[in-house]
Design a protein around this ligand. Structure first.
Ligand code: ADP
Ligand code: MG
Length: 465
Protein backbone atom coordinates (compact mmCIF):
# COMPACT_ATOMS: atom_id res chain seq x y z
CA UNK A 1 0.00 0.00 0.00
CA UNK A 2 1.40 3.32 -0.87
CA UNK A 3 -0.03 6.48 0.44
CA UNK A 4 -0.39 9.35 -1.92
CA UNK A 5 0.08 11.67 0.99
CA UNK A 6 1.59 10.98 4.35
CA UNK A 7 -0.59 10.15 7.35
CA UNK A 8 0.48 13.43 8.89
CA UNK A 9 -0.99 15.40 6.07
CA UNK A 10 -4.15 13.35 6.19
CA UNK A 11 -4.32 13.96 9.89
CA UNK A 12 -4.10 17.69 9.31
CA UNK A 13 -6.88 17.55 6.77
CA UNK A 14 -9.06 15.55 9.06
CA UNK A 15 -8.40 18.03 11.84
CA UNK A 16 -9.39 20.89 9.59
CA UNK A 17 -12.63 19.15 8.71
CA UNK A 18 -13.40 18.44 12.34
CA UNK A 19 -12.78 22.04 13.34
CA UNK A 20 -15.60 22.95 11.02
CA UNK A 21 -17.92 20.57 12.76
CA UNK A 22 -17.30 21.00 16.47
CA UNK A 23 -16.46 23.91 18.72
CA UNK A 24 -12.86 24.82 19.26
CA UNK A 25 -12.86 23.63 22.81
CA UNK A 26 -14.37 20.32 21.88
CA UNK A 27 -11.88 19.90 19.14
CA UNK A 28 -9.02 20.59 21.53
CA UNK A 29 -10.42 18.19 24.06
CA UNK A 30 -11.36 15.27 21.93
CA UNK A 31 -9.76 15.48 18.54
CA UNK A 32 -6.41 17.21 18.82
CA UNK A 33 -4.86 13.82 19.61
CA UNK A 34 -6.66 12.01 16.81
CA UNK A 35 -4.34 10.67 14.12
CA UNK A 36 -4.56 8.91 10.82
CA UNK A 37 -2.53 5.73 11.06
CA UNK A 38 -3.09 4.18 7.68
CA UNK A 39 -5.33 4.34 4.69
CA UNK A 40 -6.18 1.80 2.06
CA UNK A 41 -8.72 1.78 -0.72
CA UNK A 42 -11.44 0.39 1.54
CA UNK A 43 -10.58 1.51 4.99
CA UNK A 44 -9.04 4.09 7.13
CA UNK A 45 -7.41 3.51 10.46
CA UNK A 46 -7.58 6.29 13.01
CA UNK A 47 -6.14 6.40 16.49
CA UNK A 48 -6.76 8.28 19.68
CA UNK A 49 -4.40 8.41 22.62
CA UNK A 50 -6.27 6.37 25.19
CA UNK A 51 -9.34 4.29 25.82
CA UNK A 52 -11.08 7.12 27.54
CA UNK A 53 -10.94 9.29 24.43
CA UNK A 54 -11.92 6.29 22.39
CA UNK A 55 -15.01 5.64 24.41
CA UNK A 56 -15.95 9.27 24.50
CA UNK A 57 -15.56 9.86 20.80
CA UNK A 58 -17.42 6.68 19.97
CA UNK A 59 -20.34 7.56 22.18
CA UNK A 60 -20.56 11.27 21.43
CA UNK A 61 -18.99 12.11 18.13
CA UNK A 62 -19.42 9.29 15.65
CA UNK A 63 -21.62 11.47 13.50
CA UNK A 64 -19.13 14.31 13.32
CA UNK A 65 -16.25 11.95 12.76
CA UNK A 66 -18.08 10.17 9.98
CA UNK A 67 -18.85 13.44 8.35
CA UNK A 68 -15.28 14.67 8.59
CA UNK A 69 -13.96 11.40 7.17
CA UNK A 70 -16.36 11.64 4.29
CA UNK A 71 -15.46 15.18 3.52
CA UNK A 72 -11.75 14.38 3.40
CA UNK A 73 -11.72 10.87 1.96
CA UNK A 74 -14.96 10.59 0.02
CA UNK A 75 -18.29 8.96 0.59
CA UNK A 76 -17.50 5.32 0.86
CA UNK A 77 -14.49 5.04 3.06
CA UNK A 78 -15.07 3.23 6.35
CA UNK A 79 -12.98 4.14 9.31
CA UNK A 80 -11.86 2.25 12.32
CA UNK A 81 -10.88 3.98 15.52
CA UNK A 82 -8.23 2.36 17.66
CA UNK A 83 -6.28 3.30 20.76
CA UNK A 84 -2.63 3.97 20.28
CA UNK A 85 -0.21 5.95 22.34
CA UNK A 86 1.13 9.06 20.65
CA UNK A 87 4.47 8.35 18.90
CA UNK A 88 6.84 10.42 20.95
CA UNK A 89 5.68 9.60 24.45
CA UNK A 90 6.43 12.47 26.68
CA UNK A 91 7.69 11.85 30.14
CA UNK A 92 4.56 12.64 32.01
CA UNK A 93 1.22 11.81 30.55
CA UNK A 94 0.26 11.13 34.14
CA UNK A 95 -3.31 11.97 33.57
CA UNK A 96 -5.52 11.54 30.68
CA UNK A 97 -4.89 14.86 29.06
CA UNK A 98 -6.17 17.72 31.08
CA UNK A 99 -8.21 20.00 28.90
CA UNK A 100 -5.98 22.65 27.42
CA UNK A 101 -8.15 25.42 28.69
CA UNK A 102 -7.41 27.92 31.40
CA UNK A 103 -7.33 26.80 35.02
CA UNK A 104 -10.72 28.16 35.72
CA UNK A 105 -12.87 25.86 33.64
CA UNK A 106 -16.32 26.79 32.56
CA UNK A 107 -18.88 25.26 34.91
CA UNK A 108 -20.57 23.41 32.09
CA UNK A 109 -17.37 21.62 31.28
CA UNK A 110 -16.75 20.73 34.90
CA UNK A 111 -20.25 19.27 35.06
CA UNK A 112 -19.60 17.36 31.91
CA UNK A 113 -16.53 15.74 33.38
CA UNK A 114 -18.13 15.21 36.72
CA UNK A 115 -20.92 13.16 35.27
CA UNK A 116 -18.50 11.36 33.02
CA UNK A 117 -16.22 10.53 35.95
CA UNK A 118 -19.13 9.51 38.11
CA UNK A 119 -20.41 7.22 35.40
CA UNK A 120 -17.10 5.50 35.15
CA UNK A 121 -16.93 5.13 38.89
CA UNK A 122 -20.39 3.69 39.17
CA UNK A 123 -19.82 1.23 36.41
CA UNK A 124 -16.60 -0.09 37.82
CA UNK A 125 -16.88 0.07 41.56
CA UNK A 126 -19.29 -1.79 43.76
CA UNK A 127 -19.05 0.93 46.38
CA UNK A 128 -21.30 3.93 46.59
CA UNK A 129 -19.33 6.87 47.84
CA UNK A 130 -20.64 8.37 51.02
CA UNK A 131 -21.47 11.92 50.03
CA UNK A 132 -20.60 13.15 53.49
CA UNK A 133 -17.04 11.92 53.24
CA UNK A 134 -15.67 15.11 51.76
CA UNK A 135 -12.75 17.33 52.65
CA UNK A 136 -15.20 19.99 53.73
CA UNK A 137 -16.59 17.66 56.35
CA UNK A 138 -13.24 16.54 57.62
CA UNK A 139 -12.08 18.21 60.81
CA UNK A 140 -8.34 18.76 60.75
CA UNK A 141 -6.19 18.61 63.85
CA UNK A 142 -2.61 17.72 64.73
CA UNK A 143 -3.48 14.01 64.67
CA UNK A 144 -4.51 13.93 61.03
CA UNK A 145 -2.96 17.06 59.54
CA UNK A 146 -0.33 15.33 57.46
CA UNK A 147 -2.69 12.69 56.13
CA UNK A 148 -5.22 15.36 55.28
CA UNK A 149 -2.70 17.59 53.49
CA UNK A 150 -1.32 14.69 51.49
CA UNK A 151 -4.80 13.54 50.54
CA UNK A 152 -5.66 17.02 49.34
CA UNK A 153 -2.49 17.21 47.29
CA UNK A 154 -3.20 13.88 45.69
CA UNK A 155 -6.75 14.85 44.81
CA UNK A 156 -5.59 18.11 43.27
CA UNK A 157 -2.69 16.69 41.32
CA UNK A 158 -2.80 12.92 41.10
CA UNK A 159 0.55 11.23 40.62
CA UNK A 160 2.30 14.43 41.58
CA UNK A 161 4.34 14.37 44.74
CA UNK A 162 3.04 11.48 46.76
CA UNK A 163 2.78 8.23 44.96
CA UNK A 164 1.72 5.96 46.45
CA UNK A 165 0.02 7.65 49.33
CA UNK A 166 -0.25 5.24 52.20
CA UNK A 167 -2.50 6.21 55.11
CA UNK A 168 -2.57 4.16 58.23
CA UNK A 169 -4.22 4.36 61.60
CA UNK A 170 -6.52 2.52 63.95
CA UNK A 171 -10.12 1.83 63.14
CA UNK A 172 -12.57 4.72 63.11
CA UNK A 173 -10.03 7.50 62.64
CA UNK A 174 -10.98 8.64 59.17
CA UNK A 175 -9.06 6.57 56.62
CA UNK A 176 -12.11 5.70 54.57
CA UNK A 177 -13.35 9.25 54.91
CA UNK A 178 -10.12 10.64 53.45
CA UNK A 179 -9.94 8.09 50.64
CA UNK A 180 -13.46 8.89 49.58
CA UNK A 181 -12.81 12.62 49.91
CA UNK A 182 -10.01 12.18 47.39
CA UNK A 183 -12.46 10.48 45.03
CA UNK A 184 -15.01 13.27 45.34
CA UNK A 185 -12.49 15.99 44.80
CA UNK A 186 -10.69 14.34 41.93
CA UNK A 187 -13.90 13.56 40.11
CA UNK A 188 -15.01 17.14 40.58
CA UNK A 189 -11.80 18.69 39.38
CA UNK A 190 -12.92 19.40 35.84
CA UNK A 191 -10.76 16.74 34.29
CA UNK A 192 -11.47 13.37 32.84
CA UNK A 193 -10.26 10.92 35.41
CA UNK A 194 -10.89 7.26 35.83
CA UNK A 195 -11.20 6.90 39.56
CA UNK A 196 -11.62 3.53 41.18
CA UNK A 197 -12.14 3.06 44.89
CA UNK A 198 -12.58 -0.35 46.38
CA UNK A 199 -12.02 -2.42 49.45
CA UNK A 200 -9.25 -4.97 49.51
CA UNK A 201 -11.95 -7.55 49.85
CA UNK A 202 -13.46 -6.60 46.54
CA UNK A 203 -10.07 -6.75 44.91
CA UNK A 204 -9.50 -10.22 46.32
CA UNK A 205 -12.96 -11.45 45.41
CA UNK A 206 -12.80 -10.15 41.88
CA UNK A 207 -9.38 -11.62 41.42
CA UNK A 208 -10.58 -15.03 42.56
CA UNK A 209 -13.66 -14.77 40.38
CA UNK A 210 -11.51 -13.81 37.40
CA UNK A 211 -9.29 -16.83 37.93
CA UNK A 212 -12.29 -19.10 38.21
CA UNK A 213 -13.81 -17.73 35.07
CA UNK A 214 -10.50 -17.76 33.24
CA UNK A 215 -10.89 -14.06 32.62
CA UNK A 216 -7.78 -12.57 34.09
CA UNK A 217 -7.10 -10.28 31.19
CA UNK A 218 -10.28 -8.32 31.70
CA UNK A 219 -9.60 -8.10 35.40
CA UNK A 220 -6.15 -6.77 34.67
CA UNK A 221 -7.33 -4.30 32.13
CA UNK A 222 -9.85 -2.92 34.55
CA UNK A 223 -7.36 -2.25 37.28
CA UNK A 224 -4.45 -1.26 35.15
CA UNK A 225 -6.21 1.35 33.10
CA UNK A 226 -7.31 3.73 35.81
CA UNK A 227 -5.88 7.13 36.69
CA UNK A 228 -6.45 6.88 40.39
CA UNK A 229 -6.71 3.61 42.23
CA UNK A 230 -7.67 3.72 45.88
CA UNK A 231 -7.73 0.54 47.90
CA UNK A 232 -9.10 0.66 51.40
CA UNK A 233 -7.87 -1.62 54.18
CA UNK A 234 -4.99 -3.11 52.25
CA UNK A 235 -3.91 -5.03 55.36
CA UNK A 236 -6.64 -7.48 54.45
CA UNK A 237 -4.31 -8.73 51.73
CA UNK A 238 -2.22 -10.33 54.48
CA UNK A 239 -2.07 -14.08 53.91
CA UNK A 240 -3.38 -13.73 50.38
CA UNK A 241 -0.19 -14.40 48.52
CA UNK A 242 -1.51 -14.81 45.03
CA UNK A 243 -3.57 -11.69 45.28
CA UNK A 244 -0.55 -9.86 46.60
CA UNK A 245 1.41 -10.93 43.55
CA UNK A 246 -1.33 -9.78 41.27
CA UNK A 247 -1.54 -6.51 43.10
CA UNK A 248 2.19 -6.11 42.81
CA UNK A 249 1.88 -6.13 39.04
CA UNK A 250 -1.07 -3.80 39.07
CA UNK A 251 0.91 -1.50 41.27
CA UNK A 252 3.91 -1.54 38.96
CA UNK A 253 1.88 -0.88 35.87
CA UNK A 254 0.06 2.03 37.40
CA UNK A 255 3.15 3.42 39.00
CA UNK A 256 5.15 3.25 35.80
CA UNK A 257 2.35 4.94 33.92
CA UNK A 258 2.39 7.64 36.56
CA UNK A 259 -1.06 6.93 37.80
CA UNK A 260 -1.94 7.66 41.39
CA UNK A 261 -2.26 4.91 43.97
CA UNK A 262 -3.73 5.49 47.42
CA UNK A 263 -3.85 2.83 50.08
CA UNK A 264 -5.10 2.61 53.62
CA UNK A 265 -4.27 0.16 56.32
CA UNK A 266 -4.62 -0.37 60.03
CA UNK A 267 -0.85 -0.48 60.42
CA UNK A 268 2.28 0.81 58.67
CA UNK A 269 3.51 -1.24 55.69
CA UNK A 270 6.22 -3.09 57.53
CA UNK A 271 3.86 -4.19 60.26
CA UNK A 272 1.29 -5.84 58.07
CA UNK A 273 1.81 -9.50 58.78
CA UNK A 274 2.87 -11.72 55.86
CA UNK A 275 2.95 -8.85 53.43
CA UNK A 276 5.52 -9.59 50.77
CA UNK A 277 8.74 -7.67 51.16
CA UNK A 278 8.57 -6.25 47.66
CA UNK A 279 5.16 -4.77 48.33
CA UNK A 280 6.30 -3.33 51.64
CA UNK A 281 9.16 -1.56 49.94
CA UNK A 282 6.92 -0.20 47.20
CA UNK A 283 4.39 1.09 49.67
CA UNK A 284 7.17 3.15 51.19
CA UNK A 285 8.16 4.76 47.92
CA UNK A 286 5.73 7.58 48.28
CA UNK A 287 4.40 9.07 51.45
CA UNK A 288 3.40 7.05 54.48
CA UNK A 289 1.22 9.13 56.76
CA UNK A 290 -0.22 8.06 60.05
CA UNK A 291 -3.56 9.16 61.38
CA UNK A 292 -3.30 9.25 65.12
CA UNK A 293 -5.99 9.33 67.73
CA UNK A 294 -7.27 12.88 68.03
CA UNK A 295 -6.43 14.96 71.06
CA UNK A 296 -9.01 16.53 73.31
CA UNK A 297 -9.39 19.76 71.32
CA UNK A 298 -9.80 17.93 68.06
CA UNK A 299 -12.39 15.67 69.63
CA UNK A 300 -14.27 18.74 70.76
CA UNK A 301 -14.07 20.22 67.29
CA UNK A 302 -15.32 16.99 65.76
CA UNK A 303 -18.22 16.79 68.21
CA UNK A 304 -19.15 20.38 67.47
CA UNK A 305 -19.10 19.63 63.81
CA UNK A 306 -21.14 16.45 64.05
CA UNK A 307 -23.70 18.12 66.27
CA UNK A 308 -24.04 20.97 63.84
CA UNK A 309 -24.41 18.60 60.90
CA UNK A 310 -27.17 16.78 62.70
CA UNK A 311 -28.84 19.94 63.86
CA UNK A 312 -28.33 18.98 67.46
CA UNK A 313 -27.65 21.50 70.18
CA UNK A 314 -24.98 20.21 72.49
CA UNK A 315 -24.35 22.36 75.54
CA UNK A 316 -20.68 22.94 76.24
CA UNK A 317 -20.68 20.72 79.31
CA UNK A 318 -22.12 17.81 77.36
CA UNK A 319 -19.64 18.32 74.60
CA UNK A 320 -16.75 18.30 77.03
CA UNK A 321 -18.12 15.26 78.77
CA UNK A 322 -18.30 13.32 75.52
CA UNK A 323 -14.89 14.50 74.38
CA UNK A 324 -13.42 13.26 77.60
CA UNK A 325 -15.24 9.98 77.74
CA UNK A 326 -14.69 8.86 74.17
CA UNK A 327 -11.10 9.17 73.17
CA UNK A 328 -10.07 6.54 70.68
CA UNK A 329 -12.54 6.35 67.85
CA UNK A 330 -14.24 9.06 65.87
CA UNK A 331 -17.04 6.82 64.76
CA UNK A 332 -17.91 6.40 68.40
CA UNK A 333 -17.84 10.14 68.92
CA UNK A 334 -20.37 10.45 66.14
CA UNK A 335 -22.38 7.63 67.62
CA UNK A 336 -22.44 9.41 70.96
CA UNK A 337 -23.92 12.54 69.43
CA UNK A 338 -26.57 10.48 67.73
CA UNK A 339 -27.28 8.54 70.85
CA UNK A 340 -27.61 11.54 73.13
CA UNK A 341 -29.85 13.22 70.62
CA UNK A 342 -32.00 10.12 70.12
CA UNK A 343 -32.30 9.62 73.84
CA UNK A 344 -33.42 13.20 74.35
CA UNK A 345 -36.04 12.91 71.65
CA UNK A 346 -37.28 9.64 72.97
CA UNK A 347 -37.66 10.81 76.54
CA UNK A 348 -38.75 14.31 75.65
CA UNK A 349 -36.04 15.76 77.83
CA UNK A 350 -33.53 18.51 77.24
CA UNK A 351 -29.94 17.65 76.43
CA UNK A 352 -27.86 18.15 79.53
CA UNK A 353 -25.11 16.43 81.41
CA UNK A 354 -27.41 14.08 83.29
CA UNK A 355 -29.11 12.98 80.16
CA UNK A 356 -25.80 12.46 78.36
CA UNK A 357 -24.54 10.36 81.23
CA UNK A 358 -27.66 8.27 81.13
CA UNK A 359 -27.66 7.90 77.40
CA UNK A 360 -24.08 6.69 77.33
CA UNK A 361 -24.09 4.98 80.65
CA UNK A 362 -26.75 2.56 79.66
CA UNK A 363 -24.97 0.80 76.92
CA UNK A 364 -21.70 0.86 78.80
CA UNK A 365 -23.27 -0.80 81.80
CA UNK A 366 -22.02 -4.35 82.10
CA UNK A 367 -24.76 -5.69 84.32
CA UNK A 368 -27.34 -4.62 81.81
CA UNK A 369 -25.40 -6.12 78.99
CA UNK A 370 -25.10 -9.56 80.43
CA UNK A 371 -28.71 -9.79 81.42
CA UNK A 372 -30.03 -8.90 78.02
CA UNK A 373 -30.68 -11.98 75.96
CA UNK A 374 -30.46 -12.48 72.22
CA UNK A 375 -34.03 -13.73 72.18
CA UNK A 376 -35.26 -10.44 73.48
CA UNK A 377 -33.34 -8.53 70.83
CA UNK A 378 -34.64 -10.77 68.08
CA UNK A 379 -38.13 -10.40 69.39
CA UNK A 380 -38.05 -6.60 69.42
CA UNK A 381 -36.48 -6.39 65.99
CA UNK A 382 -38.85 -8.94 64.45
CA UNK A 383 -41.89 -7.18 65.84
CA UNK A 384 -40.78 -3.90 64.39
CA UNK A 385 -40.04 -5.24 60.93
CA UNK A 386 -42.83 -7.78 60.83
CA UNK A 387 -40.60 -10.77 60.19
CA UNK A 388 -40.20 -14.05 62.05
CA UNK A 389 -37.29 -15.21 64.17
CA UNK A 390 -36.88 -18.19 61.86
CA UNK A 391 -36.35 -15.69 59.05
CA UNK A 392 -33.48 -14.08 60.93
CA UNK A 393 -31.84 -17.44 61.35
CA UNK A 394 -32.67 -18.66 57.88
CA UNK A 395 -30.81 -18.36 54.62
CA UNK A 396 -32.96 -15.92 52.75
CA UNK A 397 -31.14 -12.88 51.55
CA UNK A 398 -33.90 -10.59 50.41
CA UNK A 399 -33.51 -7.05 51.64
CA UNK A 400 -36.63 -7.33 53.80
CA UNK A 401 -34.89 -10.02 55.83
CA UNK A 402 -31.28 -8.93 55.52
CA UNK A 403 -31.83 -5.57 57.14
CA UNK A 404 -33.62 -6.85 60.27
CA UNK A 405 -31.04 -9.60 60.53
CA UNK A 406 -28.20 -7.11 60.41
CA UNK A 407 -29.93 -4.81 62.88
CA UNK A 408 -30.42 -7.68 65.32
CA UNK A 409 -26.80 -8.75 64.96
CA UNK A 410 -25.66 -5.20 65.50
CA UNK A 411 -27.73 -4.82 68.65
CA UNK A 412 -26.54 -8.15 69.95
CA UNK A 413 -22.96 -7.14 69.38
CA UNK A 414 -23.48 -3.86 71.07
CA UNK A 415 -25.65 -4.85 73.97
CA UNK A 416 -24.48 -8.29 74.98
CA UNK A 417 -21.05 -9.59 75.85
CA UNK A 418 -21.27 -12.34 73.23
CA UNK A 419 -18.32 -12.77 70.90
CA UNK A 420 -18.66 -12.46 67.15
CA UNK A 421 -18.51 -16.21 66.82
CA UNK A 422 -21.16 -16.74 69.44
CA UNK A 423 -23.40 -14.23 67.76
CA UNK A 424 -22.90 -15.90 64.40
CA UNK A 425 -23.83 -19.20 65.96
CA UNK A 426 -27.02 -17.74 67.40
CA UNK A 427 -28.01 -16.39 64.01
CA UNK A 428 -28.32 -19.62 62.12
CA UNK A 429 -24.69 -20.69 62.31
CA UNK A 430 -23.11 -17.82 60.43
CA UNK A 431 -19.43 -17.07 60.74
CA UNK A 432 -17.85 -14.20 62.59
CA UNK A 433 -17.04 -12.21 59.45
CA UNK A 434 -20.73 -12.10 58.55
CA UNK A 435 -21.47 -10.58 61.93
CA UNK A 436 -18.65 -8.11 61.56
CA UNK A 437 -19.94 -7.12 58.15
CA UNK A 438 -23.47 -6.68 59.52
CA UNK A 439 -22.17 -4.46 62.29
CA UNK A 440 -20.23 -2.25 59.91
CA UNK A 441 -23.18 -1.99 57.52
CA UNK A 442 -25.47 -0.86 60.29
CA UNK A 443 -22.89 1.59 61.62
CA UNK A 444 -22.62 3.05 58.17
CA UNK A 445 -26.36 3.47 57.94
CA UNK A 446 -26.54 5.02 61.37
CA UNK A 447 -23.99 7.58 60.39
CA UNK A 448 -25.68 8.11 57.08
CA UNK A 449 -29.08 9.23 58.27
CA UNK A 450 -30.75 10.59 61.33
CA UNK A 451 -33.95 8.63 60.91
CA UNK A 452 -32.24 5.31 60.95
CA UNK A 453 -30.02 6.42 63.81
CA UNK A 454 -33.06 7.35 65.77
CA UNK A 455 -34.72 4.03 65.10
CA UNK A 456 -31.67 2.25 66.43
CA UNK A 457 -31.56 4.50 69.47
CA UNK A 458 -35.18 3.58 70.08
CA UNK A 459 -34.39 -0.11 69.85
CA UNK A 460 -31.64 0.33 72.37
CA UNK A 461 -33.78 2.34 74.72
CA UNK A 462 -36.57 -0.20 74.52
CA UNK A 463 -34.18 -3.05 75.19
CA UNK A 464 -32.69 -1.29 78.16
CA UNK A 465 -35.94 -0.89 80.01
P1 ADP B 1 -11.58 4.27 59.28
O1 ADP B 1 -11.76 4.01 57.82
O2 ADP B 1 -10.24 4.80 59.63
O3 ADP B 1 -11.96 3.10 60.12
P2 ADP B 1 -13.72 6.13 58.86
O4 ADP B 1 -13.15 6.92 57.76
O5 ADP B 1 -14.75 5.13 58.52
O6 ADP B 1 -12.58 5.42 59.70
O7 ADP B 1 -14.26 7.15 59.95
C1 ADP B 1 -15.18 6.79 60.93
C2 ADP B 1 -16.21 7.90 61.05
O8 ADP B 1 -15.59 9.03 61.66
C3 ADP B 1 -16.75 8.34 59.74
O9 ADP B 1 -18.12 8.57 59.85
C4 ADP B 1 -16.00 9.64 59.45
O10 ADP B 1 -16.80 10.55 58.73
C5 ADP B 1 -15.72 10.16 60.81
N1 ADP B 1 -14.47 10.90 60.87
C6 ADP B 1 -13.22 10.39 60.96
N2 ADP B 1 -12.30 11.37 61.02
C7 ADP B 1 -12.98 12.53 60.94
C8 ADP B 1 -12.58 13.91 60.95
N3 ADP B 1 -11.30 14.27 61.05
N4 ADP B 1 -13.55 14.83 60.83
C9 ADP B 1 -14.84 14.48 60.75
N5 ADP B 1 -15.27 13.22 60.74
C10 ADP B 1 -14.36 12.24 60.84
MG1 MG C 1 -12.34 2.29 56.85
Amino acid sequence: MSLAVTPDILTDRLHEALKELVSRRKFELWFSGLRVISQSAESLELAVQNSFHHEWVMTHYTKELQEAVQSVFGETLKYQLVVREPPQTEASPALIQAPPVADVRPPALVDDFRSRNTNYFQQHSDVTLNEKYTFDNFVVGPSNQLAHAAAMAVAEAPAGSYNPLFLHGAVGLGKTHLLQAICHKAMDSGRALKVLYLSSETFVNQFIAAIEQGDLSRFRYKYRSVDLLLIDDIHLLANKERTQDEFFHTFNTLYNDQRQIVLSSDSPPSEIPTLRERLISRFKWGLVAEIETPGYETRQAILRRKARDRDVELPEEVLNFLAEKISTNIRELEGAVTKVHGYAQLTGRAVNLDLAREALGHSGDDTHQSILGVDRIMDVVCKHYGVRVTDLNGRRRTQSIVLPRQVAMYLTRKMTPLSLMEIGARFGGRDHSTVLYAVSKIEERINGGSQFAQLLAEFEARLQH
